[in-house]
Design a protein around this ligand. Structure first.
Ligand code: PDD
Length: 278
């Protein structure tokens, strides 16, 4: 693959980042993942806007203009002839001798790469996925898309060991999110329930899009916390993210959700998203 590193296009084997990079030493970095389907970026405006918010929250300067950012996204897709997958980008505060306190003059480290993946043809979409619940152990400012992903990674590995596909994080009895996506339920009376936005969860771009589309389609939407029991007894449970779009959950902690098959409202919401955003 051709990757982007601080203004240069280089082969992935040539790209080098300093061991003193604060992304590496302090997880002092933010990231974005934008899906690509048929060579086109999906929901790009939302990802670009959240990137700006994450950088502002950490007081890291935007390394390129907004126009250049879009051009870079298009160019990396073209250079790698990417049809389906995603564009990953990471911006760290930069590299300097290790110190908790950083200097003002640091130049951010900006890398981008593509990953080819069947986004729409994911076979799991037809069967749904199994998840297990785990106590929330990530940091408290989850609305910032930082690379502080150690706990998420350990939790997803543990879920895999338990034979599940993903994890649902729980805090005070309420589900915050899945391992790398937002979690939603459909109640038996057909209401889509999703946790309201706060610092407890990442403000998913896919989440925002499906809520807009659901409301426009007269689907009842409630933004409030829901418990593990509510999720286990819901008609449907699904996850949303730029890498999975809309993914049905068919079992939680080994207990089937609904009839143990992907549900109709989940399918409808996925169709609405695909029709409108792709
Ligand atoms: N993850 N919650 C968390 C913790 C996430 O990491 C993500 C995205 C989401 C969904 O956000 P969006 O709809 O904007 O992708 C929610 C990306 C895909 C990743 O880490 O690969």
């Amino acid at each position: 693959r051709t990757v982007y590193l601080n203004g240069d296009w280089v082969d992935e084997t040539e790209a080098r980042v300093s061991i003193f990079d604060r992304g590496f030493l302090f997880a002092d970095a933010i990231y974005e993942v934008t899906a690509v389907v048929g060579g086109k970026l999906v929901d790009y405006a939302g990802h670009a806007a959240r990137l700006k918010r994450s950088l502002a929250a950490l007081d890291i300067p935007m390394p390129v203009s907004e126009e250049a950012l879009l051009t870079l996204h298009r160019e990396i897709v073209a250079r790698n002839a990417l049809s389906d997958g995603g564009v990953y980008l990471q911006i760290s505060r930069g590299a300097e001798d290790r110190d908790f306190l950083y200097s003002d003059a640091l130049r951010p480290t900006f890398v981008m790469f593509t990953q080819a993946r069947a986004v729409l043809d994911n076979p799991k979409w037809k069967t749904g996925i199994f998840v297990v619940t785990m106590p929330e152990g990530r940091w408290v400012n989850r609305q910032i898309k930082t690379v502080q992903l150690l706990y998420s990674s350990l939790a997803k590995m543990e879920a895999k060991r338990q034979g599940a596909d993903d994890v649902l994080f729980t805090e005070d009895g309420v589900i915050t999110e899945a391992g790398s996506s937002n979690a939603h339920i459909v109640t038996k009376d057909g209401t889509l329930v999703t946790r309201a936005l706060s610092n407890a969860l990442l403000h998913g771009i896919t989440r925002a899009s499906i809520l807009d589309l659901a409301r426009a389609a007269q689907i009842r939407v409630e933004e409030r916390g829901f418990t593990v029991d509510e999720a286990k007894n819901a008609a449907e449970v699904f996850l949303t993210s730029a890498s999975a779009f809309v993914m049905p959950v068919v079992a939680i902690d080994g207990q089937p959700v609904g009839n143990g098959k992907p549900g109709p409202l989940t399918a409808r919401i996925r169709d609405l998203y695909i029709e409108d955003r792709l």
